[in-house]
Design a protein around this ligand. Sequence first.
Ligand code: HEM
Length: 509
Amino acid sequence: MSLETAVLIRILFTTVVLYITGWIVYCRYFHPLRAIPGPFLASISRSWIVYKTMAADMEHTQRALHKKHGYLVRIAPNEVSCSDPEAIKTIYGVKRLFRKTDFYNAWAPPNNGYVGHFLTRDEKVHSERRRIVNNVYSMSSVLESEEAVNSCSQLLCEIMSEFARQKKEVDLGLWINMYAFDVLGELFYGKMFGFMRDRTDFGGYMKAIDSLLPAFTIGGTLPSYLTKLYLLSTILFSPSVRGALGAIKHIEIASKNAVQKRKQELEEKEDGKHDMLRKMLEISSEKGSKIHFSHEDIYVESHSSLFAGADTTAAAINSILYYLMLNPVAYEKLTAEIDASVISGDLSIPASYAEAIKLPYLKACINEGMRLYPSVGLTMPRLVPAGGASISGHYFAEGCRIGINPAVVHYDKRVYGEDADRFNPDRWIHAPDGCDIPRMDRTMIQFGAGPRTCIGKNISLSEIYKLVPHLVRLFHFRLADPSTGWKTKDYWFNKQTGINIYMEERIFH
Ligand code: HEM
């Protein structure tokens, strides 16, 4: 090696060491977030958050960190996880908009048009676009398709009856996931995809989402200059991600075909169906050119809902049923309420949404399942707007990243009582000492909060309120092996596997 090269290497090495030392000193002693506690590595590098996200159990890590440090924990040099229930309205409220961070960029398809409600970071564009379709997602609109949802529940119950008669061990999570996809098929396209009918992962959608979730979540957590590189390398080197992109393409093509077909059907004859596709086609033909709502926007609307709406709803139903199976007293109490309501004629089977929401213990069990196990298990990160903000006694400068993880704030003992980490639906009937139900309700952010609240919330609630009493009335479920527990993977959607059960059909005389 020549002398010049050796000197050059030494200069380079010294520069790198000086840069890293300077960066660490800045992060620890001069950074605006220096006073916020958290893991040392997190305070100087995003490698901590990336590594912990890859482990897919961030909700446990964050709960432990908040228990140790309080409401604010530094999870990256410029990012904070907040668990203060009072901060929900500041961070996610309408008063001053905290924009979504670049975490969401990793999920966006290469698309020059509108990327969908979930991914859009421009609040003005978001509110304009969301206003166009808000009514389509209202509860009254969703309930116009109630019969269609009933047909899905009935098919699921027929399959479950067959399994019960065969005394077969069943992967409950898998069937609930297939059910959730088929309901979206009915609601959006006027017919089930065929997951349950064909007993298969139709078009490979489930596998595709499972493969893409880690890539998007890790890609979004990386420093933004690495996101594209990371995503590109997963496409090049991971056959499952390549396969998943193929399946997503399939969903896109299927959406496009469905829009064309539905348009044609409606032109040919009136079929009396009020699916969401029809409603969106009507908006598009009545005022589409004026408000720029084209067929392209309808494809985006429908296929992004498949991505966002099936796994999340399935995770919620799974958690409600799983915790009931683990808590026989609550399970019996719910069964008694449902049986009494059926006998008195207050609840039909299939259950109507309007009837089901009147059952107090059912409501308590549903709230409690989604509290203890919200379907989204990472912080929903936002940027502090111009002028900064005061949160939990700390001033945050513009541009700091901050978010709340539903799976952390839902465990707050000051809000939900000393037994907040236990499944106890009764807390929703009589609030624990020192707690009150309106505050408990306000702290539930399983569907997000404020202007970016889940647009599909009513779809999911109608599915959950209708399916849970239907299943509880017709079957008795028990875990095949209560000692093993489910397995969970928290890649933004916190998905469960291994809910293996046996069931019996209930006999009524
Ligand atoms: C139990 C079921 C569901 C849960 C727990 C859930 C959860 C969430 C959460 C937490 C957000 C906010 C994300 C953020 O602020 O970063 C969100 C947004 C969203 N969800 Fe859901 N979701 C569910 C079902 C659905 C369904 C069925 C659909 C579609 C049909 C859907 C579509 C969306 C969309 C499009 C957004 C973005 C809304 C916006 O920014 O305007 N979700 N969801």
